[in-house]
Design a protein around this ligand. Structure first.
Ligand code: PAF
Length: 286
């Protein structure tokens, strides 16, 4: 696997692949890779002759009280894993390489509406940072396909919207969430959990799944489901942030005609902030 730290070298590599008419699949990450990332790399191999991943802990998407400096960085382990996953190249730039004029005060990508709801309420500016770095990475790598995990469902929705709105020539593919046997969604932030918190954390998945069953049975009492979900999170020791039923395409409050819905939750437990979601098909009632 080729490890690339400079934009000039990245451009040269991508140009070589393009001249050879090789399709490119891209998996952006912030490193600290786990089995969830392995599934993103497998999906990438289905979509591109060449697979490239990036590791960049993007300062622009962390707020002042977020875990930017503490965010787990495991570059050596990540490189070996990416080699095992058959990745052709890793782009691992410094903050200076990505933001030569600094990440504060530079051009940003703003997606009104979608970014100030759900996680956006609790992490102001987060999705602006994500959208900005993803657009920069897509412009640099110029992939045919880019893969993002469905665990970060709001992020995936924001990215799809940015790509549509800016007519970026890339197909965005969502890869299903990978879970531990007890249902906990795999996440780099799970490593912040103590043994007791780890044992309690799958309550988020169980609460989402209970709401899914109600929705699939035709229940439309969203307020009731949300209250039940928040209570289940609190009961398990979370400091819940939200538990919401939304449409799967625009994250709007569903009407009786909406079939594809998603239940999303976020909460803090110990030092970790965990998010998860479950998509489902509600019977049409309109
Ligand atoms: O999901 C992530 O790891 C990050 O938000 C992303 C998409 C790599 C942008 O920094």
């Amino acid at each position: 696997m080729q490890t690339i730290t400079r934009i000039a070298e990245l451009r040269a590599t991508v140009t070589r692949w393009r001249l050879a008419r090789e399709s490119i699949a891209f998996v952006p990450t912030m490193g600290n890779l786990h089995m969830g990332h392995a599934s993103l790399m497998s999906a990438a191999h289905l979509h591109g002759r060449r697979v490239i991943s990036s590791i960049f802990v993007n300062p622009m998407q962390f707020g002042p009280s977020d875990d930017f400096s503490a965010y787990p960085r495991t570059p050596d382990d990540d490189s070996s894993l990416l080699g095992e996953y058959g990745v052709d190249a890793l782009f691992h730039p410094t903050v200076e390489e990505m933001y030569p004029s600094g990440s504060v005060g530079s051009t940003v990508v703003d997606v009104p509406g979608l970014t100030d709801i759900l996680c956006g309420v609790f992490r102001p500016g987060h999705f602006q940072g994500v959208a900005t770095v993803v657009v920069k990475l897509l412009c640099l790598v110029q992939p045919d396909v880019a893969i993002f995990g469905e665990k970060d469902f709001q992020q995936l929705t924001v990215i799809r919207r940015v790509v549509d709105d800016l007519n970026l020539p890339v197909k965005i593919v969502g890869a299903p969430t990978v879970r531990a046997e007890d249902g906990l969604a795999l996440s780099s932030r799970n490593r912040y959990l103590s043994a007791a918190e780890r044992a309690a954390a799958p309550a988020m998945y169980r609460a989402l799944d209970a709401a899914r069953r109600r929705l699939e049975a035709g229940d439309m009492d969203y307020a009731g489901m949300q209250a039940e979900g928040l209570a289940a999170l609190a009961q398990a020791g979370f400091r819940p942030e939200y538990f919401e039923v939304r449409t799967a395409d625009r994250l709007a409050v569903p009407t009786e005609n909406d079939v594809r819905v998603v239940v999303l939750a976020a909460g803090r437990i110990g030092k970790a902030r965990l998010i998860d979601n479950i998509q489902c098909a509600a019977p049409r009632r309109g």
